[in-house]
Write a protein that binds this ligand. Structure first.
Ligand SMILES: O=C[C@H](O)COP(=O)(O)O
Length: 249
C-alpha cells in the first residue's frame, strides 16, 4: 500500500516558545491519526527541540535542507549525517525557495538527494514550474528535467527510496493553490515519466502536493487518485489548520 504522508515545512519561522506552544497543541490533536505519516521540518536550530518534544509521538522529524558534501570545510552547511544524528527521518531537497533564492540547480539538487540517501534519510524531492513556465505550458518539460537530473545521479531504483513533492512555484505562499484537477494532471504525468523507467516504482512512490494547501482545500486535493499527501507551508504554523489538513488525508 502506498505511503500517505503530510509534511509541515515551517520554513524560517518559529522560536523556542512558539514551537513549544504549537507542538503542545499538535501532539495531542494528531495522536490518533495512525493511517498516515506526519513530519515536521523546523529550521536547523530547532531540530533538537522538536525531536525532544515529539519523541514518543507519531510526528517524525525532517530538515529543510542539507549539504551535498559529507563533511569538511563548508562553513554554514549541515551534513546529512548530522541530520540523522539529530533524529531526522526526512529532508526536503530542492525546494523552490532553495532553487530560486539560493541558485540551487538540478545537478546540486541531485547531489543533495544522493547525500541524503547515503545517510539513510528519506529525501523529499521538490519539483515544480514557475508562473512563467506555467503560462508558457512548460510544466511537463520542467518537471521531466528536474526528475531526470536525479534519476541520472542515483538511478531509478534509488528514487523509490524517496518521496516526490509537486509544488508549482506560483502556488507557494500565494493563496492560489493548483486546482485539484490541475494538480492531479501533473501528478499523473510524474507517474508516467517514472513509468518510462520502472512501472512498479511509478505506481508505488509517494507523491505529495504543495502550494497553498489549507484546511478548506486539502480534502479535495487529497481525494485525487495520484496525490498521496501534502507538503504544507503557511498552514502548518497553525495547529487547528494543520490538524484539519492531516485529518483530510
Ligand atoms: O514547503 C511548502 C510549500 O512551499 C508550500 O508553502 P505554502 O503552503 O505556504 O504555500
Amino acid at each position: 500500500m502506498k505511503k500517505k504522508l503530510v509534511i509541515a515545512n515551517w520554513k524560517m519561522n518559529g522560536g523556542i516558545a512558539a514551537n513549544a506552544e504549537l507542538l503542545g497543541e499538535l501532539i495531542p490533536s494528531l495522536s490518533r491519526l495512525n493511517r498516515l505519516e506526519i513530519a515536521i521540518c523546523p529550521s536547523f536550530p530547532y531540530l533538537h527541540q522538536v525531536s525532544m518534544v515529539a519523541t514518543g509521538s507519531n510526528i517524525a522529524l525532517g530538515a529543510q535542507n542539507v549539504s551535498s558534501h559529507p563533511e569538511g570545510a563548508f562553513t554554514g552547511e549541515v551534513s546529512a549525517r548530522m541530520l540523522k544524528e539529530f533524529g531526522c527521518r526526512y529532508v526536503l531537497i530542492g525546494h523552490s525557495e532553495r532553487r530560486t533564492l539560493y541558485a540551487e540547480d538540478d545537478q546540486l539538487v541531485a547531489q543533495k538527494f544522493e547525500a541524503a540517501l547515503k545517510a539513510d534519510l528519506i529525501p523529499v524531492l521538490c519539483v515544480g514550474e514557475t508562473l512563467e513556465e506555467h503560462r508558457t505550458l512548460k510544466t511537463q518539460l520542467v518537471i521531466a528535467r528536474q526528475l531526470q537530473a536525479v534519476i541520472e545521479q542515483v538511478g531509478i531504483q534509488k528514487i523509490a527510496d524517496g518521496v516526490i513533492a509537486y509544488e508549482p512555484v506560483w502556488a507557494i505562499g500565494t493563496g492560489l493553490a493548483a486546482s485539484p484537477t490541475q494538480a492531479q494532471q501533473v501528478h499523473f504525468k510524474i507517474r508516467q515519466l517514472l513509468a518510462q523507467h520502472d512501472l512498479s516504482i511509478a505506481k508505488s512512490i509517494c507523491l505529495l502536493y504543495g502550494g497553498s494547501v489549507r484546511a478548506d482545500n486539502a480534502a479535495e486535493l487529497f481525494a485525487q487518485a495520484d496525490i498521496d499527501g501534502g507538503l504544507i507551508g503557511g498552514a502548518s504554523l497553525d495547529a487547528e489548520s494543520f490538524t484539519t489538513i492531516c485529518r483530510s488525508l
